[in-house]
Write a protein that binds this ligand. Structure first.
Ligand SMILES: NC(=O)c1ccc[n+]([C@@H]2O[C@H](COP(=O)([O-])OP(=O)(O)OC[C@H]3O[C@@H](n4cnc5c(N)ncnc54)[C@H](OP(=O)(O)O)[C@@H]3O)[C@@H](O)[C@H]2O)c1
Length: 351
């Protein structure tokens, strides 16, 4: 990297496309970086703006062209999009065409009956609000953030089609839809003439619902790409918790990672996985990302970060994406499962 840290004026590193790899997203024309950065945590009002800016700069300098947002990211909801809008203005102003920016609507963003789920009313208004907060004319990808059991799928997909046709987004996506609903959604979108670009499911060594559901097979079959969120199990699959729960961690901060998941037995298993990673010449985070990306079925792994060095470490995963059968078996033997790991299960379950 050629840029000193904390320069007031940002010029992206001229090496930014040297090492990152890009994979085609399904059968579309769009390629995404193997690592994408999500702004769910650490981009709200509780995080200093300088840190948010440094995280985005570091990501882009390393070839991470894809930034993932949603209407509810904060806290408070909307503040991550506001912060990113500011960074777009101050840092990325001349680089919009090098960026893939996504947003979503589905979870609660506003009070009242039009503030969540999948109605046309909510999705279109929410997309407009997201564009305003980020100061953008369009997002690259707009998602239905979760399946809505009470709204006809035709209405939700019709809203995505309208959002694309009206120029608010270039592509449509869905998140946490199971195989059956994915097939139905893709068919509706195809009929409308706005193909589904991408599916965003949770997926990591400890949370394998997409394998049980057959979602990756389905996506291959229908030609839709995938972006796996929480590939590090919110930080559990990193060196963060190998010695217990540190104070500067998500699990210690009363956020979305339940510290009860980090039992002595879980930590023992994570340490054993870390040994496998070490033997591969990787950190545990790098191995966890390589595991999600193995075999080329997942287009990109969507990480979060609270520190610049975490992003640098994660990008190092690209150094070794191959696994031997023995390594995969050893990881399977150590993987543990807890229903509360998949906080998004309700959207993909049968109702
Ligand atoms: N579609 C959906 O419904 C949905 C739901 C959830 C998330 N997402 C998307 O997925 C993105 C990623 O989610 P996530 O943040 O939970 O993903 P994650 O990558 O599984 O976890 C990120 C956390 O892991 C730790 N970490 C990351 N890299 C590390 C490294 N190299 N070494 C040590 N620790 C490291 C940090 O924890 P600390 O903060 O503790 O340092 C970081 O905040 C979100 O920002 C969002 O865009 C989508």
């Amino acid at each position: 990297m050629t840029r000193p840290a904390h320069t007031p004026r940002y010029t992206p590193a001229d090496t930014r496309y040297d090492t990152m790899e890009y994979r085609r997203c399904g059968q579309s024309g769009l390629k995404l970086p193997l690592i994408s950065l999500g702004l769910w945590h650490n981009f709200g009002g509780d995080t200093p703006h300088d840190l948010k800016r440094d995280l985005c700069r570091t990501a882009f300098d390393l070839g991470i062209t894809h930034f993932d947002l949603a209407n509810n990211y904060g806290p408070p909801p909307g503040s991550a999009e506001e912060a990113f809008g500011e960074i777009l203005k101050t840092d990325f102003a001349g680089y919009r065409d090098e960026l893939i920016i996504s947003s979503k609507a589905g979870y609660k963003q506003m009070d009242g009956p039009y503030g969540e789920w999948g109605s046309r009313k909510y999705l279109i208004a929410s997309c407009d609000q997201s564009l305003k907060r980020m100061g953008l004319e369009y997002v690259d990808i707009f998602y239905s953030h979760r399946f809505d059991p009470e709204t006809p799928l035709e209405e939700t997909m019709g809203a995505l089609d309208h959002i694309v046709r009206s120029g608010r987004a270039l592509y449509a996506g869905i998140s946490s839809y199971n195989s059956e609903r994915t097939r139905a959604a893709v068919e509706i979108l195809n009929d409308l003439g706005t193909p589904c670009l991408i599916h965003q499911p949770s997926y990591n060594i400890l949370n394998r619902w997409v394998e049980r559901d057959g979602l990756l097979d389905t996506l291959e079959d229908v030609g839709v790409g995938s972006i796996a969120f929480t590939p590090l199990a919110q930080g559990m699959l990193t060196n963060k918790y190998l010695g217990g729960v540190p104070g500067d961690s998500r699990a210690a901060q009363g956020k979305s990672l339940n510290p009860d998941l980090l039992s002595d037995e879980a930590i023992r298993r994570l340490n054993a996985m870390n040994d496998i990673a070490g033997a591969r010449g990787q950190t545990l985070a790098q191995m966890a990302l390589a595991w999600v990306l193995r075999g080329g079925r997942v287009t990109t792994a969507l990480i979060g970060a609270s520190k610049v060095k975490q992003i640098e470490d994660c990008v190092g995963a690209l150094g070794n994406l191959e696994f031997s059968d023995a390594e995969l078996q050893a990881i399977d033997d150590l993987a543990f499962h807890d229903d509360t790991l998949n906080l998004w299960a309700r959207s993909s379950e049968e109702v």
